[in-house]
Write a protein that binds this ligand. Structure first.
Ligand SMILES: Cc1cc2nc3c(=O)[nH]c(=O)nc-3n(C[C@H](O)[C@H](O)[C@H](O)COP(=O)(O)O)c2cc1C
Length: 403
C-alpha cells in the first residue's frame, strides 16, 4: 500500500516529499498531542536535489512520495540542513540506495553526521554564504548555529524565493493540509508558540540576530518551508513577527502559578495567590503539576512576567513533579521573570527553600517573601498568600507599564 503516498507541489520547482507521523506523542520530553511531520523537499532542478530526509522508520513513505515525481536514483545531491535524527535518521540508507553524487552539510553537520552514523559516506562541508549550482538554479547556504543545534543551517533557493528553514518556524502538527494558510490561525499560533517555547527558547538571542541577518541580506522570501508542520506561503510577516515577539520575551502582565500537592494544603495556597493576582488585574494561569504536562507550563511561561512555584516537602525535598518542571524550565532559560515560592510541610519544611534556590538559579527575581506553612494553611497564612499575590501583581504591573 506504499503507493498511497504522493508528493505535494509547493512551487514550480519544489515538492514536499516528507512523512506524517500521526501517532508520535513525545519528543524528548515535549508532548506532541497532535503528532508531527518530518518534512523533506525535492528541488526539481537540472541537478535534482533532496533537502533533508526523515526519521528512519518513515524512509519508505518519503521514497514513495519522491517516486511520484521522479526516480529517486536521479537525485544528484542531498542537503542536510539539520543532523538531528528526525531529519537524518534514514540518510545513510538513502545514500546507499540512491547513491547521490554528493551530500552537503555545514562543517559541524559533517562532524555530527559522522558521530551519529559512524559510516564511510563522504559528506561535503559548506560554508555560510556558499552557493551550489544546480544547473538552471542555485542554492545558497546560511549557517544558523544553535537554532537549534550547532550544525543547523538554512538553504535558500533564489529561483523560487524559497527558504528551507529546518526546525525554525516549525511546529509539531500532523495534518494533511501542507500549507499554513489552510489551518486556523489560532492552531498555528498555539502550536508554533509551544514548539518555540519547548525547543527554540534557549536560543532566543541567536534567533533575533538570525532574523536581522536574513532581513539585512535582502533575500526575497516567498516561501518558508520548515522541517516540521505546515509550509508558510502567505503573509510570512505574521509568523516572523511572532518569532520576534517570542524571542524578545518582553514580560506581560501575566503570572503562571505552578504547584504540586499531596493533601491539598499547597493547592489552597496556590488558589489564594492566584485569586489575589487576578483581583489586582494580572492575567493568571494556575497549573497543577499533578495533572499538567511540563510542555504546557513552558508554553504559558513564554508570554508571562511572573513565575510563582509551590511544593510541599517530601523527604526533605520537593515533590518529583515539581523537580521535573523546574529542571525542564531551567534548561529552557526563560528570561525577564519575577517570582516567589510557597508550600506546606509537616516537620522539617525544606521545599520552599529548595524552590527559592531553583528560582534564583533560573535568574527569576524573587520579589515577594516566600510563604511556608506547617500542615494546612489557616486564615493568617492564606492572608500572607493573598499579600504575596498583591506584591507580585504590583511589581509586575509596574514593570509591564513601562514596556
Ligand atoms: C511520604 C511523605 C514524606 C514527607 N516528608 C516530609 C519531610 O521530609 N519533611 C516535612 O517537613 N514534611 C514531610 N511530609 C509532610 C508533608 O510535607 C505535609 O503533609 C504537607 O502538609 C503536605 O502538603 P500538601 O497538602 O500540599 O501535599 C511528608 C509527607 C509524606 C506523605
Amino acid at each position: 500500500m506504499n503507493d498511497i503516498y504522493s508528493a505535494v507541489k509547493v512551487t514550480d520547482n519544489v515538492y514536499w516529499v516528507g512523512a506524517i507521523d500521526w501517532t508520535i506523542r513525545d519528543f524528548h520530553g515535549y508532548t506532541t498531542p497532535r503528532g508531527s511531520t518530518y518534512n523533506a523537499y525535492l528541488v526539481m532542478a537540472d541537478d535534482i536535489t533532496l533537502i533533508d530526509t526523515v526519521k528512519a522508520p518513515f524512509m519508505s513513505e518519503m521514497l514513495t512520495r519522491i517516486k511520484s515525481v521522479v526516480d529517486p536514483s536521479k537525485i544528484k545531491y542531498i542537503i542536510s540542513n539539520h543532523s538531528e535524527m528526525d531529519h537524518s535518521g534514514c540518510l545513510p540508507e538513502v545514500i546507499d540506495l540512491i547513491k547521490p553524487q554528493k551530500v552537503f552539510a555545514s562543517a559541524t553537520g559533517v562532524k555530527t553526521l559522522k558521530e551519529l552514523f559512524h559510516n564511510q559516506h563522504e559528506i561535503t562541508p559548506v560554508k555560510d554564504g556558499e552557493t551550489l549550482s544546480l544547473g538552471n538554479m542555485k542554492l545558497t547556504f546560511m549557517e544558523t548555529r544553535m537554532i537549534h543545534w550547532p550544525d543547523s543551517m538554512f538553504t535558500y533557493l533564489a529561483k523560487d524565493e524559497f527558504l528551507f528553514s529546518q526546525d525554525a518556524f516549525g511546529m509539531h502538527l500532523a495534518t494533511l493540509e501542507r500549507f499554513a494558510d489552510e489551518i486556523p490561525a489560532a492552531t498555528l499560533e498555539y502550536e508554533g508558540a509551544t514548539y518555540y517555547a519547548n525547543i527554540v527558547l534557549p536560543y532566543s538571542p541567536i534567533v533575533l540576530k538570525a532574523l536581522e541577518k536574513v532581513a539585512a541580506s535582502g533575500l526575497k522570501i516567498k516561501i518558508i518551508a520548515p522541517d516540521h508542520g505546515p509550509i508558510w506561503r502567505k503573509d510570512l510577516g505574521w509568523i516572523i513577527e511572532l518569532y520576534k515577539k517570542w524571542a524578545s520575551q518582553k514580560p506581560a502582565a501575566k503570572a503562571v502559578v505552578v504547584y504540586a500537592t499531596m493533601w491539598h494544603s499547597t493547592e489552597k495556597m496556590a488558589r489564594a495567590i492566584s485569586e489575589s493576582l487576578a483581583q489586582e488585574g494580572v492575567k493568571v494561569k494556575l497549573l497543577s503539576m499533578n495533572e499538567t504536562h511540563r510542555s504546557e507550563v513552558v508554553y504559558e511561561v513564554l508570554d508571562s512576567g511572573a513565575l510563582i512555584v509551590g511544593s510541599p516537602t517530601l523527604n526533605n525535598n520537593i515533590l518529583p513533579q515539581m523537580a521535573d518542571v523546574m529542571t525542564y524550565l531551567k534548561g529552557l532559560k526563560p528570561v525577564n521573570l519575577i517570582g516567589a515560592a510557597f508550600g506546606s510541610y509537616g516537620w522539617s519544611g525544606e521545599s520552599v527553600k529548595h524552590l527559592e534556590t531553583m528560582l534564583k538559579e533560573m535568574k527569576v527575581e524573587i520579589v515577594a517573601e516566600s510563604v511556608a506553612v506547617k500542615n494546612t494553611p489557616g486564615d493568617n497564612v492564606l492572608e500572607k498568600c493573598h499579600e504575596m499575590g498583591k506584591t507580585i501583581a504590583a511589581e509586575l504591573l509596574k514593570r509591564t507599564a513601562v514596556n
